[in-house]
Design a protein around this ligand. Structure first.
Ligand code: AOF
Ligand code: ZN
Length: 378
């Protein structure tokens, strides 16, 4: 049994969550993790996991801790009185990097406080147990729901062997995705919505579009208004060789081909087989992409909707645009988690019922506040 947390632990774990909060795509397929070390209830060292393959959060915090000791000419014996706070249970296995538990034990730190356990099958409590049996005080969980929500992409990949899937589309007031003509036509959503979509792109490891959309609309598909990292581009339907003048090629010279999941090679459209979509999941997971933003076209979106393989849906609606014809927008689920405005556009976010009803459901009020805060003009 781990010890219950103290009231004074909350602000330090909250800070760990802040430190962890880099764009999800930067660390994919790894989790987002932040860590800090306190001495006499004062933060003296901080660290976070910056990118898959680089040092884990607590290793970076321990490095900063060693510098602190040196700078202040404090002996290493002080570690017994120090506390390591961490947003995810320390790993206890060899991955791309050695186990963090060993580094923590070697440091002599006396107390560890964690936000949530690591769902990875090789960890799942073993990291905490190793520390506890070695005689460390281990307290937690603290702010568990927030910490787990932050790592929903990692958790989805670990538990379901598929990327966390975000669907996004923009529609006119009369329910169309376009004007039904070849080519992009006038933009449906406004500049504020575009900035927001770039933030969504930056958060997901991959961006999936249908080959038809790519060839007809010739979109850029990056996150330039939010800044790097940009998502890896995956294309539904294998239309290689790609025309070299596609704008998407500037940043992604080799888009990931995702052949339509079908048993019939003459069929250019999707089948309704969940096995089919699983072949896409496999391609993305094998590429280390733990999340995907699906931006269309209609057929690609429908495939995910029909099979129920989605986690979030983001719909942007221009309430002033009526086209009277075009490709009908997909039907939306019944109750949005959040509805608000993005500039002059309407904005609705849906969360899959499996998240809302699940055993580890996030705190929905926290999520709504989170959206409200992010959308409020700063
Ligand atoms: C931690 N602290 O900051 C992170 C952890 O291949 P590796 O060595 O990067 O290990 C990846 C696994 O380690 C990952 O699947 C997850 O279980 C854990 N991530 N653990 O102690 C960290 N990022
Ligand atoms: Zn680790």
């Amino acid at each position: 049994m781990m010890l219950p947390p103290l009231p004074s632990d909350w602000p330090f774990i909250r800070r760990c969550l802040e430190l962890a909060d880099v764009p999800g795509s930067a660390v994919s397929p790894n989790p987002l993790v932040g860590a800090l070390i306190t001495l006499d209830n004062r933060v003296v060292a901080e660290g976070f996991h910056q990118s898959c393959g680089l040092a884990h959060a607590e290793i970076n915090a321990l490095k900063a801790w060693k510098s602190y000791l040196q700078d202040h000419q404090i002996g290493e014996g002080a570690a017994a009185a120090a506390t390591l706070y961490i947003s995810l249970e320390p790993c206890n296995h060899h991955g791309r990097t050695p186990p963090c538990t060993e580094a923590i034990l070697a440091s002599g730190i006396g107390t560890v406080v964690y936000a949530c356990t690591d769902p990875h099958p090789l960890v799942q409590g073993r990291g905490l147990e190793r520390l506890r049996t070695a005689g460390l005080q281990v307290r937690g969980p603290v702010l568990e729901k927030e910490a787990r929500w932050m790592n929903r992409r990692f958790e989805t990949m670990v538990h379901q062997n598929r990327p966390y899937t975000v669907l996004k589309w923009a529609r006119t007031a009369d329910g169309y995705l376009d004007q039904g003509e070849n080519g992009p036509g006038p933009r449906i959503s406004g500049p504020q919505a575009q900035r927001w979509v770039h933030r969504l792109r930056r958060e997901q490891a991959a961006l999936l579009v249908g080959a038809r959309t790519l060839l007809l609309d010739n979109p850029i598909l990056d996150a330039r208004l939010a800044g790097p990292p940009h998502p890896r581009i995956a294309v539904a339907g294998d239309s290689r060789p790609w025309p070299l003048d596609l704008q998407v090629m500037h940043r992604n010279p080799q888009p990931l081909p995702m052949p339509w999941p079908t048993n019939d090679p003459s069929d250019s459209g999707p089948t309704k087989s969940p096995e089919g979509l699983k072949s896409w999941h496999k391609i993305l997971v094998e590429e280390g992409l733990n999340s995907v933003l699906v931006e269309g076209g209609a057929k690609t979106l429908e495939l995910f909707l029909q099979e129920g393989f989605w986690d979030e849906i983001h719909v942007i609606e221009n309430p002033h645009m009526h086209t009277g014809k075009g490709t009908p927008a997909p039907a939306e689920p019944q109750t949005p988690l959040f509805s608000g405005h993005l500039g002059t556009d309407l904005y609705r976010v849906y969360l899959h019922p499996a998240w809302v009803a699940g055993q580890n459901a996030p705190d929905l009020d926290y999520l709504r506040d989170h959206f409200r805060l992010q959308l409020s003009p700063s």
